[in-house]
Write a protein that binds this ligand. Structure first.
Ligand code: HEC
Ligand code: HEC
Ligand code: HEC
Length: 116
């Protein structure tokens, strides 16, 4: 009888924990180093963008919430080279600059850091 109660307790606690982890969305890394090919890597402040942009789908509609997703999709030819850069990053930065709002870099070296 006691064993049975214990087993039920453990199972209930287990399902409760799974419920919590599904409910709280994985925010991903605070900063992400993105591969920028020959132009050099990009230090991308992920959480700054989550706060500034709000909607995850603005970026994650073109690539999933998985580390290395952009590179993988480019290798599989499902994303063109510079597609995310032009259609997502620069599109927003330029529009906000034009509107006179707080924005991110629009020049190459503002994003790409060449290894010395
Ligand atoms: C401004 C663009 C942008 C926004 C908005 C954004 N992300 Fe991301 N996210 C990225 C990029 C870029 C990557 C890295 C993809 C890669 O490695 O190819 C990423 C990766 C991730 C990953 C994978 C783990 C990691 O750290 O690499 C998770 C999880 C994630 N994002 C969650 C979220 C959630 C949740 C939101 C909304 C609250 C969000 N993201 C909003 C751009 C964004
Ligand atoms: C707002 C940030 C940002 C700016 C500004 C920017 N880039 Fe990029 N660039 C990226 C990101 C993110 C990637 C990787 C994703 C992709 O390929 O779309 C990238 C990728 C690249 C690549 C590699 C493509 C590949 O797959 O081999 C080259 C080359 C490149 N950029 C050149 C440039 C040049 C030239 C400029 C200036 C005219 C520039 N970038 C400005 C963010 C930026
Ligand atoms: C929907 C709008 C939007 C998109 C999409 C977006 N950004 Fe930004 N970005 C911003 C805003 C707004 C800021 C200024 C945030 C701040 O200073 O609080 C910013 C700032 C930055 C900065 C400068 C951060 C600093 O410390 O000064 C970098 C680098 C950057 N973005 C890179 C990127 C890259 C790379 C992508 C694409 C993967 C991207 N951004 C996509 C709106 C956007």
């Amino acid at each position: 009888m006691r064993v049975k109660t214990f087993v039920i307790f453990v199972l209930t606690a287990g399902f409760f924990m799974i419920g919590i982890s599904v409910a709280s969305q994985d925010q991903g890394a605070k900063k992400i180093n993105l591969d920028g090919g020959a132009k050099g890597a990009i230090d991308f402040p992920h959480h700054v963008h989550q706060a500034a942009v709000g909607d995850c789908d603005v970026c994650h509609s073109s690539f999933p919430k998985v580390t290395g997703a952009i590179k993988d999709l480019k290798n599989q030819k499902q994303l063109k080279k510079k597609q995310v850069m032009t259609k997502t990053c620069l599109k927003c930065h330029r529009a906000k600059k034009k509107a006179g709002e707080k924005t991110g870099p629009v020049s190459c070296s503002g994003c790409h850091v060449k290894k010395a």
